[in-house]
Design a protein around this ligand. Structure first.
Ligand code: ZN
Length: 168
């Protein structure tokens, strides 16, 4: 595994153990060249997943990007990271085990909305406030970009649930 800091190919595994729900193996690695430390995850992948963007372009489904956007919606919320991990696993598994390898970005958005609604109402509202702006465009990857860009307290919103669009 290449070192993300200096590019060395000679990184070493210091520790290897399953995550709490045993859905992945977490490996702590250290780079002997620059002493950089990082963690990798080994996960089951049932099949290759491709998201179809509104433009028609196909890109691989990016789990890390999904995690990142969720962590922004969940910022400072008292949610166990393991639950978020499980939710994302569930979403990915459902996408993998349903129909073809190609997934429309809208479908991913729906599953995230569904998951967040069960997980945390505030995070749901945060996500929804961005999601509704892009609903018409139907390009979920744009939402991810938008959420990932906002490094403050997330998008501006008033938590009035009755104003939310119906995610179904
Ligand atoms: Zn390095």
């Amino acid at each position: 595994m290449r070192c993300p800091y200096c590019g060395s190919l000679d990184t070493q595994v210091k520790d290897s153990r399953p995550t709490e729900d045993a859905s992945a193996i977490r490996r702590r690695r250290v780079c002997p060249d620059c002493a950089g430390r990082f963690t990798t995850f080994e996960r089951v992948q049932l099949r290759e997943l491709t998201v179809i963007k509104k433009s028609g372009r196909r890109v691989p489904v990016d789990r890390d990007k999904l995690m990142q956007s969720l962590s922004i919606s969940l910022r400072k919320r008292p949610i166990d990271p393991e639950r978020v991990e499980r939710m994302v696993n569930g979403i990915v598994r459902r996408l993998e085990s349903h129909g073809e390898g190609d997934v429309h970005s809208v479908r991913i958005g729906e599953l995230v909305m569904e998951g967040l609604r069960a997980l945390d109402p505030i995070a749901y509202v945060r996500f929804a406030s961005v999601y509704k702006n892009f609903r018409e465009a139907g390009d979920f990857s744009t939402i991810l970009d938008e959420l990932a860009r906002s490094d403050s307290d997330g998008p501006d919103f008033t938590p009035s649930l009755h104003k939310l669009p119906d995610p179904a």
